[in-house]
Design a protein around this ligand. Sequence first.
Ligand SMILES: *Cc1c(COP(=O)(O)O)cnc(C)c1O
Length: 397
Amino acid sequence: MSVPLLDVNAQNIPLESELQAAFTRVLQHGRFIMGPEMEVFEKEIAEMVGVKHALAVSSGTDALLLALMALDIGPGDEVLCPAFTFFATAGAVSRLGAIPVFTDICPICFNLDVNDARAKITEKTKAIIPVHLFGQSADMDAILALAEEKGLRVIEDGAQAIGAEYKGRGCGSMGDFGAYSFFPSKNLGGFGDGGMLVTNDDALAEFARVLRVHGSKPKYYHHYVGGNFRMDTLQCALLSVKVKRYAEYTAQRQANAAHYTEALSKLPGVVQADPSHCKCLSSQDAWLAGQEARIVLPVGYAHNTHIWNQYTLRVIGAGQRDGLRDYLQKAGIGCEIYYPLTLDQQPCFADLPEASLSGCEVSHRMAQEVISLPIYGELTEAQRLEVIAGIASWLSA
Ligand SMILES: *Cc1c(COP(=O)(O)O)cnc(C)c1O
């Protein structure tokens, strides 16, 4: 039996008749751009994540871009973001002529290292973009305190963390802006591209709304240069069908993660990351060596509600991760490396100033060690057992 990394049909096909009804409704009223379903969907998301304003936009990438534009980030400005994330986090910064400054990450939760961010602040630093990677919140108390102290704007990249929580607060709801993605592989996966920009600030919300439609207000009068950042009415209507079931989808992912952790931690050479342990790489290395660890399982901090966009292992030792990946692939078990290259290592950023690119050792190591397993909600028990058996047989091979 082969196990896919993700099976969107397993979630979507059971909703076929409801999705078709939503499609028919939009077809018949014909308001394909900013139709009534957009406002309904925006309200549903605002309520779910606990924010005042939500703007449906064309993608998670455009949500980030629009946030930066609304905060007037541009040429010469520096923006801190983690080196270990999806490209869009920094791509949006670069497209505006601003300079991404890459910070290192924590080897336990894979999120931005706030001490490193602090050390990289200059008088040009305007904003920080914490990413809630793999579905778990970054260290928001420390990030918000740093931002307050240094006068930085905070844009939360919640593309992988819609509905995740930090100390009871919704990921994406704590900064000046939060950005979400409905790319099909995200936890609230759509039927094409889509995203959401959220904020609690009335003035920022209003400005972002104007920028979403070419900076036009009133229509055909432009005080600003915006873009076309709208999400289709149809996409909103379809996603409203799924949003009603989102808590259930999340619970299934959480159950899968718990099952993996329970079963895998019984295998020799497998340990779970220890959040109480010192996070510096050398003491991590010593701790793992002491236990003869070959695989480190992910963990959610107790103050976080992790929504498991990915269940990501660390495979210790040069070449070991690639060995496991090849082994699983041969066995028909889906897996993926998020991410094989850190952002400071990307060719398109090679010309950034040295200060943008330095000091990302933990990120570099993680890019060599990580591998993500199938974790989607509809994964069956038999499939889960197949994944576990695959890892067990690689360990004993
Ligand atoms: C997916 C993703 C994005 C971009 O979202 P799109 O909707 O694909 O444009 C941005 N940041 C992170 C961390 C992501 O995972």
